[in-house]
Design a protein around this ligand. Structure first.
Ligand SMILES: [Zn+2]
Length: 90
């Protein structure tokens, strides 16, 4: 539960934020959405949340802990995927 700031090194694997072009500083968020399950998703340091309008694409997790493994998975499915869907690489 809660949120955790994290910083990635210079990289080409994380999609740029469509708003501020950042791809290194994020906040991982975790929220309990049902009795036995949480959702984890990634928000940019500027507040941009690619899953804001489709929370169904957030990552489901029983415990909602924000370890390295969960954050890496969430980066893929709740950051990269929704951004690349909306802003395909030309
Ligand atoms: Zn941003």
């Amino acid at each position: 539960m809660g949120s955790k700031k994290f910083t990635a090194g210079p990289n080409t694997s994380i999609a740029e934020c469509p708003k501020c072009k950042n791809n290194t500083e994020f906040v991982a968020r975790s929220e309990q959405v049902m009795e036995d399950g949480c959702e984890i998703w990634i928000v940019c340091k500027c507040g941009y949340d690619p899953t804001a309008e489709k929370t169904g694409s957030r990552m489901e997790d029983v415990w909602g802990s924000l370890g390295k493994g969960e954050i890496l998975c969430a980066l893929d499915c709740t950051w990269n995927e929704p951004i690349l869907e909306q802003f395909p690489i030309a």
